[in-house]
Design a protein around this ligand. Structure first.
Ligand SMILES: *Cc1c(COP(=O)(O)O)cnc(C)c1O
Length: 362
């Protein structure tokens, strides 16, 4: 157990219920922020200290802060949900704490204590609970992150860091949560290479994916499918979501974890729920050529992406430079819908949670 304790300094002038209702009427994703944030400091001599829940405000940063030059930064993403009884709950925050530690290790950042991470999430949701939307697909998106703040232009792990968590009231990630997305197969760009940072949740991976994302947008696609960096054949993930393939014989396939794929908590949860619901689950490599052929020949019936932000999102059409193909009738399929309902019911406390994933916030 860490001995980090959070001092609570409530916002002296939080927004009124009316102001809150006005901005939460149509929140979109990642634009509406709550009144508070979590902050803790690290310095090489003292370790983690000065942990606070305080009014959300801009953070002072020296122009030489290492994060601004060498991108020594990691983040997490998790959601708090409004339960049917009006309470609040978190989904597997301990899994986010563990992954945050792994990301820290990869980016040579001193790990944040896992128990303090989970406590910070509970405390922030407690103080900002009025910001959790009570709509069917609304939630409070929590964004913990760490940045290297030491003012020094040499290339080395910094000796000073800030841990922060901000929270955003969100609706669904895609405009229409019941429709499918069109994805672009990136032939030129890759997301992550063996030995690189693909399994760490760091901003640098996203910076490197933006050119591919722009290409996708120009092609009328919502997301990018990244292939492996070595053979450029194996499907890895969507750059912010893991990917699954459903076959007519009841098999569910997803690429195996590696150091170039992000170890998604939604991915892990879907694997568990799929096994329990009787699907044959395989974590094995799957190529873009097999995807095309299996769709053409009717063996593959559905494909979907999954992640905390967008939950489970069916893929309708796959576009590439040479050709495109549509999966089934291009609409959401029954397996994706069933898995989504199973997951959402646990997240919102509508069903018994046999896995210890659901954490009530008191
Ligand atoms: C966060 C993320 C995911 C999804 O992970 P979840 O834990 O399910 O939210 C997938 N891929 C990348 C690159 C990510 O950053």
């Amino acid at each position: 157990m860490s001995d980090l304790t959070f001092e609570i300094k409530s916002h002296p002038n939080p927004r009124s219920a009316e102001e809150r209702a006005a901005v939460m009427a149509n929140p979109g994703f990642g634009k509406v922020f709550t009144d508070h944030m979590v902050v803790a400091r690290y310095s090489a001599g003292r370790g983690w200290h000065d942990a606070q829940i305080k009014a959300r405000e801009a953070i002072p940063l020296d122009p030489a802060a290492a994060v601004l030059h060498y991108a020594q930064e990691i983040f997490e993403g998790l959601k708090a949900y409004r339960t049917a009884d009006g309470g609040a709950a978190l989904f597997r925050p301990d899994a986010n704490a563990r992954r945050f530690r792994h990301s820290a290790e990869r980016l040579a950042i001193p790990p944040f204590p896992e128990d303090a991470f989970v406590e910070a999430m509970h405390k922030l949701v407690q103080i900002d609970r009025a910001w959790i939307p009570d709509t069917a697909d609304g939630s409070l998106y929590l964004r913990p992150f760490m940045i290297a703040t030491e003012a020094f232009l040499g290339v080395k792990p910094a000796s000073e860091y800030l841990f922060l968590t901000i929270a955003s009231a969100v609706g669904s990630y895609f405009k229409d949560p019941n429709s499918t997305v069109t994805v672009w197969v990136s032939e030129h760009y890759t997301r992550a290479a063996p030995g690189g940072t693909g399994a760490a949740k760091c901003g640098g991976n996203y910076a490197a994916s933006l050119a591919a994302q722009s290409e996708a947008t120009a092609q009328g696609c919502e997301q990018v499918v990244f292939l492996d960096a070595v053979e450029r054949r194996y499907i890895e993930e969507l750059g912010g979501m893991n990917v699954f393939f459903v076959f007519e014989d009841g098999t569910l396939v997803t690429p195996p974890l590696s150091d170039s794929i992000l170890h998604g908590i939604t991915r892990d949860s879907v694997l568990t729920l799929a096994r329990e619901s009787g699907l044959t689950v395989k974590e094995e490599p799957y190529t873009i050529d097999a995807w095309r052929a299996d769709v053409r020949e009717g063996r593959l019936t559905e494909s979907f992406a999954c992640g905390t932000a967008a939950v489970i999102t069916p893929i309708g059409t796959v576009k590439g430079r040479e050709e495109s193909f549509t999966i089934g009738n291009g609409k959401a399929g029954p397996v994706a819908q069933r898995l989504r309902n199973l997951l959402v019911d646990i997240q919102r406390g509508n069903t018994n949670d046999a896995h210890g994933w659901f954490q009530k916030v008191f």
